[in-house]
Design a protein around this ligand. Sequence first.
Ligand SMILES: [Cu+2]
Length: 124
Amino acid sequence: MAQAIGNVSIITLILFVLCILNHYKIASAAVYAVGDAQGWSFGIQSWPIGKQFHTGDILVFTYPNTRHSVVVVDENGFRTCNSTKGQEFTSGNDQIKLQKEQNYFICGKPGHCAGGMKMTISAA
Ligand SMILES: [Cu+2]
């Protein structure tokens, strides 16, 4: 009986430590201003180069929302500049959390993605 209680205590302790670690991971998520001073704009494709992104990091997309939007798409939507199956953000100040592995963002305004307003980010 004492052995069983001991095992339960150890499992509880392990779960507790995992919870703490998980909270720490969330608390340490980085926040990035997409495009830095230029914001979400044409020529954005090179912005992620040389940066290390992690799952749960927050991207802040700032842009004039009469001119642009942000659409989270899949690989096919990214490649073909098709935003119809994506999730569109239009506030002009959108916070989007990075998902594990590859993330794809395009502008939803006609011709903008084809003109280079698209960005893919790999999150570790
Ligand atoms: Cu645009």
